[in-house]
Design a protein around this ligand. Structure first.
Ligand SMILES: *Cc1c(COP(=O)(O)O)cnc(C)c1O
Length: 384
């Protein structure tokens, strides 16, 4: 819940805006670093979850590397304190310009997602007279048991290289003089809440790693991606994800060679619970079977419910009256512009403030100016 003084502050700020609890971000970072630190695991923050300057500089100060999926994310990482030697670059569709940028900056690894991409990186690296450090992004065919739009580790997904291609990949690598294979990379999806999924991932990674070792490729980095989910249903109960159990699964099930380092790329788990979207109620309208609370934030500010049918807890911050049910909707001209159906809230009236919780990840970074709307503002708990 928000403190009285925070609410007073909210009253003075133009809505809608994203509010970030920087103390919670700090706690989450410490917990993640501490639990990964027990086993010496490497951490790279996935910038696409949230790339606000204040948040990036806080995360880089905590000693994380960065996982980027565009040239601009690489630039943002470097501008906010991440060291180029700790930056990974993933993505199925990297432009030549982005690959050249990664090579110029000598980042830790370019995560290659197809055989053709290997050839292109080799050619560009050759022309620049450098050797490219690469990892192979591999499809392990492990089902993340999450929404299909955020599942990335199945054969039908566009990401990565399939196991039946491995022979050809190794043959080709021998002919590509400007590439150095540094790692194997896996990322099977996002908002994974069943930790057994990670156990299955470990088993597949072990098999695949063993295949490479038997073919005399000993990758120094085994990168198992991100994906750890957060508790959207009850953000107060577990504000900090269970990093202890998460890393322990890998400790128990992954089999590494002495020289191999395990890396992780959490995004959502780091920033998700720290952010809320704060909006004002514009109108309350009686429908046929329901009441609509029409707020001044829309799907352009937070698209997750419209895009993935995702749930966000919604709270009325200013009413203490008896509860009623509302469909909480935005002003955008799309029927999918709905943040929650049949939401139980204290009686809600014009000018009440609502908080849409757990919006720190894939909220602001996915926002747009659709309907020519202004972008939501940004407020940090530790900045006046
Ligand atoms: C999106 C992404 C991540 C982060 O995923 P989360 O579910 O936010 O932890 C990590 N690695 C890669 C390659 C990604 O594309």
């Amino acid at each position: 819940m928000f403190k009285e003084e925070t609410l007073r502050r909210f009253r003075t700020i133009r809505t809608p805006f994203y509010y970030y609890d920087m103390d919670l971000l700090g706690e989450t970072l410490s917990s993640c670093s501490k639990e990964a630190g027990r086993y010496g695991y490497g951490l790279h923050y996935a910038l696409k979850a949230n790339s606000n300057t204040e948040i990036l500089s806080r995360i880089s100060k905590s000693g994380f590397g960065a996982d980027c999926v565009s040239g601009n994310e690489i630039r943002a990482a470097i501008n906010n304190g991440f060291h180029p030697g700790g930056i990974m670059f993933s993505g199925v569709g990297k432009s030549d310009e982005e690959i050249r940028l990664a090579l110029e900056l000598k980042i830790e690894s370019i995560n290659v997602e197809s055989r053709q991409e290997m050839e292109v990186i080799n050619e560009l690296a050759g022309a620049m007279g450098v050797t490219a450090d690469i990892s192979l992004r591999i499809i392990p065919n492990v089902d993340a048991q999450t929404h299909r739009y955020i599942t990335t580790g199945l054969e039908e997904n566009k990401f990565g290289i399939l196991p039946w291609e491995f022979d050809e990949v190794l043959e080709k690598l021998k002919t590509l003089a400007h590439l150095r294979l540094k790692g194997l990379h896996f990322h099977i999806g996002s908002q994974i809440t069943d930790l057994d999924v990670f156990k299955s991932l470990c088993h597949r990674v072990n098999e695949i790693n063993a295949w490479f070792i038997s073919n005399r490729v000993n990758a120094e980095i085994i990168n198992v991606g991100g994906g750890l989910g957060i508790d959207y249903g009850d953000p107060e109960r577990y504000p900090v994800p269970d990093f202890f159990s998460y890393f322990r699964i890998f400790k128990n099930f992954i089999e590494l060679q002495g020289n191999q380092q395990l890396h992780f790329e959490p995004g959502r788990a780091i920033v998700g619970q720290s952010g809320s979207l704060i909006a004002k109620v514009l109108f309350v309208k009686k429908g046929v079977a329901t009441r609509f609370a029409i707020i001044d934030a829309g799907m352009n500010d937070l698209i997750r419910p419209a895009l993935y049918q995702s749930y966000h807890k919604i709270e009325n911050l200013t009413s203490r009256e008896a509860t009623e049910k509302y469909d909480v909707v935005g002003p955008i001209c799309e029927s999918s512009d709905c943040f929650g159906k049949s939401v139980t809230l204290p009686k809600t009236s014009r000018n009440d403030l609502l908080a849409i919780r757990s919006a720190g990840a894939y909220g602001q970074t996915m926002s747009s100016g659709y309907n020519l709307r202004d972008l939501a503002g940004t407020v940090y708990s530790d900045v006046e």
